[in-house]
Design a protein around this ligand. Structure first.
Ligand SMILES: O=C[C@H](O)COP(=O)(O)O
Length: 264
């Protein structure tokens, strides 16, 4: 059976300038070092604004940190007349490992379509970045009990022409929009229901090996107080954390969910 390393991904959204980013990252690294965190057991990544990435890279390299980092978005294009966009190749040069693709805030405030999200998945993969593909339903869709169908359609559209080999490296984040930044958390059972449905659909679209390899995260009001029960679910491989990742001590506790479970 494939061993999936849990991933705790902290999306800072449009918070923390490059000075604050350095300070926050340093504090996170110290806290995890004090706790003797084993990064091979739980991977920790941060997603700063674009303007922080060079400072983050400098700190990670200088202090040889094992924390990885990603971008919150990227362009579907490699270069050219696309004012304001950020090339995946430039991100790769900054040591970026991951790129969020199709976050619900991009879908909502920037009208990102499934077709554009599919292009961004391809552009990330082409540059050697790992896409964290975000999918999930809004409240009306959940109330209509159409959440599984809706989320799987988003998934299928985003994976068009993506190979099984590529999907095995991919991370998929299930984020019910109604649980983002609201304090409303989906129950661990909700998180499991959708993570399992995503894994089953990946198996149908590709094969069992691919389904077993792909990592599925849950996102939406994850905190140190609720992370362990969500992580106890068999198909949940980590969390995409917004607000709580801005506090390095709280985010370190989230990454240390296993230690808290046994009271260490
Ligand atoms: O990318 C992170 C998600 O949107 C979750 O944000 P949140 O933890 O503040 O609810």
């Amino acid at each position: 059976m494939t061993q999936r390393t849990p991933l705790m991904a902290g999306n800072w959204k449009m918070n923390l300038d490059h000075h604050q980013a350095t300070h926050t990252l340093q504090k996170l690294a110290w806290t995890l070092k004090d706790a003797k965190h084993d990064y091979s057991a739980v991977e920790v990544a941060v997603f700063p604004p674009f303007t922080d990435l060079r400072s983050v890279q400098t700190l990670v390299d200088a202090d040889k940190l094992q924390i990885t980092y990603g971008a919150q978005d990227l362009s579907a294009h490699e270069s050219g007349a696309y004012t304001g966009e950020i090339s995946p190749a430039f991100l790769a040069k900054l040591g970026v490992t991951y790129a969020l693709v199709g976050h619900s805030e991009r879908r909502e405030y920037h009208a990102e379509s499934d077709a554009l999200i599919n292009k961004k998945v391809h552009s990330a993969l082409k540059a050697g970045l790992v896409p964290i593909l975000c999918v999930g339903e809004d409240l009306d869709t959940r109330r209509a009990a159409a959440h599984v169908q809706h989320t799987l359609l988003q998934l299928e559209a985003a994976l068009a022409d993506v190979t099984a080999e590529q999907v095995r490296t991919l991370v998929i984040a299930y984020e019910p929009v109604w649980a983002i930044g609201t304090g409303e958390t989906a129950t661990p059972e909700d998180a499991q229901e959708m993570s399992e449905a995503i894994r089953v659909r990946v198996g149908e679209l590709y094969d069992a090996e691919t389904a077993a390899a792909v990592r599925v995260l849950y996102g939406g009001s994850v905190k140190s107080s609720n992370v362990a029960s969500i992580m106890a679910k068999p198909d949940v491989d980590g969390a995409l954390v917004g607000g709580a990742s801005l506090d390095p001590e709280e985010f370190a506790k989230i990454a240390r969910f296993q230690a808290h479970e046994v009271g260490l």
